[in-house]
Write a protein that binds this ligand. Structure first.
Ligand code: PEP
Ligand code: MG
Length: 325
């Protein structure tokens, strides 16, 4: 099996009927890029930039961030790199940034909510400037985490455009070809994905949070872990809604939560037409091998059945077994 995977390292990701899907990797630091290349990753689908902030004793400077982003873009050698703007808050605290103590940090002041607030504004601009400057070194895509409202996206996008114009006025070279998208990890955004799809360049579904917020079950709490159900029809319907909404506007939809590399979920996601799958680098070859065995028409039938005929997660799992074996 390992030998088969090794052969797939430089192969295209295609299904049995010749359809291509993009297999990307999630990374936390520039050091992770070597593993992505080693495992035949076609892109970085999620660069979690908060490690830059967490490993530092103070806010990382524009130059420090520029160097990190440049290293990742160059390491990927022209392949797409989706960088997520900082996702601080929730369980991720910074010793040098005094966030208020909250009863429900996962429902509180975090991620883009900080970035578009007055106090987070400077930090956000610094990150965007570093990203814009690095954009000439590869194929950069930017995405915002924890978006619930269209207006949150519009505000963040406006800051991006402002900083882009500022840099250009300063005579700094920036790419004019940077896609700007959002993560879908809040059910409200998944429900109105059709509205978002008119304004964003792409979606990346963050199922770790999307499942937590849809089920109202803390992703870290073992006592409610039975509610953590990626294959539950409720989650599948949200995902389908997001993918269809993207395609209707000619945009692409990816996934960067754990579910994207889950071998039971992959056949369903192929059937629903997900375009990009971003996972830990070590899952890429296994997934490429699985996709080679799948027929997209058959998987579409599987997904349709799961969405319309299944009552429970268990029924969905049994159906996948029946179709994929
Ligand atoms: C997610 O929520 O699915 C996600 C990819 O982001 P994180 O795991 O960093 O919250
Ligand atoms: Mg998340």
């Amino acid at each position: 099996q390992k030998a088969e995977w090794a052969l797939l390292k430089n192969a295209e990701t295609v299904t049995a009927d010749g359809k291509h899907f993009e297999l990307a990797a999630n990374i936390g630091t520039p050091k992770d890029v070597a593993g992505v290349v080693d495992n035949g990753g076609e892109a970085v689908g999620l660069y979690r930039t908060e490690f830059l902030y967490m490993e530092s004793n103070d806010f990382p400077t524009e130059d420090e961030q520029y160097e990190a982003y440049k290293a990742v873009l160059e390491g990927m050698n022209g392949k797409p790199v989706v960088v997520r703007t900082m996702d601080i808050g929730g369980d991720k605290e910074l010793p040098y940034f005094d966030l208020p103590h909250e009863m429900n940090p996962f429902l509180g002041y975090r991620a883009l909510r900080i970035s578009i607030s007055e106090e987070g504004n400077q930090m956000f601009r610094t990150q965007l400037r570093a990203l814009l400057r690095a954009s000439v070194h590869g194929k950069l895509r930017i995405m915002f985490p924890m978006v619930a409202l269209l207006n949150e996206f519009r505000k963040a996008k406006a800051v991006f455009e402002e900083e882009k114009a500022n840099l250009k006025a300063e005579g700094v070279a920036v790419s004019d070809d940077i896609q700007v998208g959002i993560m879908i990890e809040i059910p409200a955004a998944a429900m109105i994905a059709d509205r978002f799809a008119k304004e964003v360049d792409f979606f990346s579904i963050g199922t770790n949070d999307l499942i937590q917020y849809t089920m109202a079950a803390d992703r870290m709490n073992e006592q409610v872990s039975y509610l953590y159900q990626p294959y539950n029809p409720s989650i599948l319907r949200l995902i389908k809604n997001v993918i269809d909404a993207a395609h209707k506007e000619g945009k692409w939809a990816g996934m960067c939560g754990e579910m994207a590399g889950d071998q039971t979920a992959v056949p369903l996601l192929v059937g629903m037409g997900l375009d990009e799958f971003s996972m830990s680098a070590t899952s890429i070859l296994k997934t490429r091998s699985l996709m080679k065995r799948l027929d997209t028409n058959k998987m579409k039938e599987l997904a349709d059945k799961a969405l319309t005929e299944c009552d429970t997660m268990e029924e969905v799992v049994a159906l996948v077994d029946e179709y994929v074996g």
